[in-house]
Design a protein around this ligand. Structure first.
Ligand code: NDP
Ligand code: 8X3
Length: 260
């Protein structure tokens, strides 16, 4: 009853595995002997990741490039491949993004659509396709939320709304799966230096770098560590929520910057 739930021999689907947290989570899971299905849109990066995980750790890795925003494609990719999700133990809903830092009055509705479609609807499509398999194994749903799911900041209205939604969906899903043994874990990082900033500022690296100037942010591996810890707790323990902040960040808008 009190034994931990090791990753060795389990099978996990990780979305957004071509960079940042998703890639680090996939690598960490592979290092602990977990078989993988990895998703993102950049197929070349997934292939490289898969090769390295197979070679370094001897795990099975299936690459599944698709856009989580496309409901039909998600359903086809996840349900039409025989055996793909058989024995699935974990889904990590990580694919996501922020776009721009604009007030609502001047924000671009196309940016809003992309954030909502990816961070909220994509997470729902993937979860729905996986859930019966997770119920069969009493598996884990890990959703990557954000400190922005607790605190809003200027220019972040729609991104924060998506992460508040991720928190609400995580809390609600726990009711839906109550009694099945499925655990729902919401991991909510603060500032982390991934491709997130460059994506948010649409390729403006200087602007992205300025966000982290003088700060020691989270590394993707720190987030992977938190996820790996949560999913390896004993089966009767559900770590419902982890708010993981850099020591240099007290709250979304309260950041310590070193000057030297
Ligand atoms: P990255 O930009 O490094 O990674 C984002 C990943 O999501 C990429 O692999 C990208 O792959 C994938 N992705 C984006 N859109 C889609 C899509 N439509 N379909 C499939 N995959 C997609 O950023 P992070 O690793 O930082 O972000 C991961 C998650 O963490 C996001 O949900 C983000 O909101 C959240 N987060 C980030 C924080 C940060 O400060 N970095 C802090 C808190 C939360 P590809 O482009 O190949 O499709
Ligand atoms: C990403 C962290 O503070 O940029 O979710 O919203 S923040």
């Amino acid at each position: 009853m009190n034994a931990t739930t090791p990753l060795r021999g389990r099978r996990a689907l990780v979305t957004g595995a071509s960079s940042g947290f998703g890639e680090a989570i996939a690598r960490r899971f592979a290092a602990e002997g977990c078989h993988l299905v990895v998703n993102a849109r950049r197929a070349d990066r997934l292939e490289q990741l898969a090769r390295e995980c197979r070679d370094d750790h001897g795990v099975e890795v299936v690459t599944l490039p698709f856009d989580v925003r496309d409901r039909e494609v998600v359903e086809r990719a996840l349900t039409n491949t025989p055996g793909l999700l058989e024995g699935l133990d974990i889904v990590v809903n990580n694919a996501g993004l922020a776009l721009a830092l604009d007030p609502v009055q001047t924000g671009d509705p196309d940016d809003w659509d992309r954030m909502i479609d990816t961070n909220v609807k994509g997470l729902l499509y993937v979860t729905r396709a996986c859930l019966s398999h997770l119920v069969a194994k009493a598996g884990d749903v890990v959703n990557i939320g954000s400190v922005a799911g607790h605190q809003v900041y200027p220019g972040g209205a729609v991104y924060a709304a998506t992460k508040y939604a991720v928190r609400a969906l995580s809390d609600a899903l726990r009711h839906d799966v109550l009694g099945t043994g499925v655990r729902v874990i919401n991991v909510e990082p603060g500032l982390a230096d991934t491709e997130f900033g460059v994506v948010r500022f649409k390729g403006d690296k200087a602007r992205a770098d300025a966000v982290y100037k003088g700060v020691f942010p989270l590394r993707a591996e720190d987030v992977a560590d938190a996820v790996a810890w949560a999913v390896t707790r004993p089966a009767h323990v559900n770590v419902q929520q982890i708010l993981l902040m850099p020591t240099d960040q007290a709250a979304a808008q309260s950041v310590h910057r070193r000057t030297s």
